[in-house]
Design a protein around this ligand. Sequence first.
Ligand code: F6R
Length: 264
Amino acid sequence: MTSMPRDFARPTLRIFKTAEMASTAVADLLEQRMVAKPDITIGLATGATPRLVYTKMVERAGAPSWRSVRCFNLDEYVGLDASHPASFAYYMNDLLFDHVDVDPRRTHIPDGTALDLEAAAKAYEALISETGGIDLQLLGIGRNGHIGFNEPGSEHDSRTRQVELTPSTIAANAPDFPEGEEPPATALTMGIGTILDAREIVLLATGPAKAEALYAALEGPVDLDCPASALRKHSAVTVFCDEAAAARLKRDNLSFTGDGYAAA
Ligand code: F6R
């Protein structure tokens, strides 16, 4: 196997002492981008990691306004609709959409209840491009390096589609489900290619459980084994993380700024 070509981009890395500081910095960046472009299209992630970002955006609700913002979520479980407490639609309503002035007609989540999932996936892709594409995509990272629900092995040019979740992802997400209820085995997710089409990407990683995945994504080979390594094919990625998630990263070109380390 050949090693990765040297011309892959190095994402901008910002390491903060705590998850709270990293989340505040992401909220600040979102706010800046929303002020600069009130009709911005934002790609949103769910999961434990961005919760604090959404809390901070709700605290700032009204300034900036979400009225003209369009949102596309990364993924949704197959078979769950917005009434299911573990669905990503429920999560988004509960943590963000119900508390800001967003227009519900401008919030989009893959339809995991569609009878024809392939058609729903194609329609999602079409809607993203017809509405001008994603300006800023927010991502978390799975312990196995997944982004969206693009598990290891996903092609870097993959598009929105139905995917099978790995046993480790199902186990990681099981606590979100009512006791005794098995999480779905499949989901609809934007593809890695869909994610890489965003004009700017922000990845937030916090906690020691993400240290290995972040190391593989930023310093391992760019390959299908670590889906997040594909982000090095994009020229405008910023990784926000806390010390715990950054534990294995080199800090050669970083300098301490007060809040944490950033590119010199
Ligand atoms: C969520 C998503 C996933 C999560 C990842 C990390 O929409 O697409 O890629 O970002 O599984 O999840 P947490 O933050 O719960 O560790």
